[in-house]
Design a protein around this ligand. Structure first.
Ligand SMILES: [Zn+2]
Ligand SMILES: [Zn+2]
Length: 259
């Protein structure tokens, strides 16, 4: 009640662009930011990893076009898809979930991911939803795994069991903030394992993470799950890091944020 009155007296700013919110939205974003966040990735997408294929002409006429990485079989997971591009706005939204513990945001992203899954229900058929885990140290420090804020409501929406204990991170991520492409692959190689009490045999896993950067994390998790007998691993992330040029071409850049 107090909170409701306060929001009338002191309208809340959008947590992304600081514009004053004009609606009673359950998420703290203005309409312009919400619209930008819900823009889908430019098609065609690589059939395996879900990366927008830069040269659309090369993909023309192919039922299942693949990017150069997937053609050289880099990834272990069966396929992956993402909700939107990792733009400056999206990065702020994800940071809010990571450090601001804005739980309704997890539910909001989950609804959008559930929509994506339902549009391709056959391909996404899964027995369990598993979030990419944090290592123990980081979990203690932050108090929660932000990926669970998305994966748990997603599992509920899809009517699939949520199994956060199946996968564990056995080696911590280095503290260094920015990692090169090569370092990203090196720090996650062998860094995940299935829990010793977990039964993964023949399971079809829907693996959830917040951002697909190089795909190294989903790849490492998939190797751990399939090594333990999983039948299939499909990756699903909220955001997808894209080369700046393709973000620009698709008009996804947040011009008005000055970035
Ligand atoms: Zn805004
Ligand atoms: Zn690909």
């Amino acid at each position: 009640m107090c909170e409701a009155l306060a929001s009338i007296a002191f309208p809340a700013p959008c947590r992304i662009c600081t514009r004053i919110l004009d609606t009673g939205s359950p998420i703290p974003f203005c309409r312009a930011c919400t619209e930008a966040l819900t823009q889908t990735l430019p098609e065609p997408l690589c059939a395996q990893c879900g990366r927008p294929i830069v040269s659309a002409a090369a993909a023309e006429g192919l039922a299942a076009p693949q990017c150069h990485l997937c053609r050289s079989r880099v990834y272990d997971f069966d396929f992956a898809r993402s909700f939107g591009a990792y733009t400056p706005r999206m990065s702020r939204a994800i940071l809010l979930m990571k450090y601001g513990n804005v739980a309704p945001l997890g539910g909001w992203f989950a609804r959008h991911l559930a929509g994506l899954v339902e549009r391709q229900a056959q391909g996404f058929g899964a027995d369990v939803v598993v979030p990419v885990p944090l290592d123990r140290g980081r979990l203690r420090e932050r108090g929660y795994n932000q990926v669970e804020l998305i994966a748990k409501p997603l599992a509920r929406l899809l009517g699939i069991p949520f199994r956060s204990y199946l996968l564990v991170r056995t080696r911590p991520r280095p503290n260094q903030l920015r990692l090169t492409r090569r370092e990203r692959w090196e720090t996650v190689r062998g860094a995940y394992a299935t829990h010793k009490m977990a039964r993964v045999d023949k399971l079809r896993v829907l693996l959830v993470d917040d951002v697909f950067t190089t795909g190294a994390t989903l790849d490492a998790c998939s190797r751990a799950l399939k090594g333990a007998g999983a039948a299939r691993v499909v990756g699903l992330t909220v955001a997808r890091a894209l080369p700046r040029s393709s973000v620009q071409d698709a008009g996804l850049l947040d011009q008005d944020l000055g970035e």
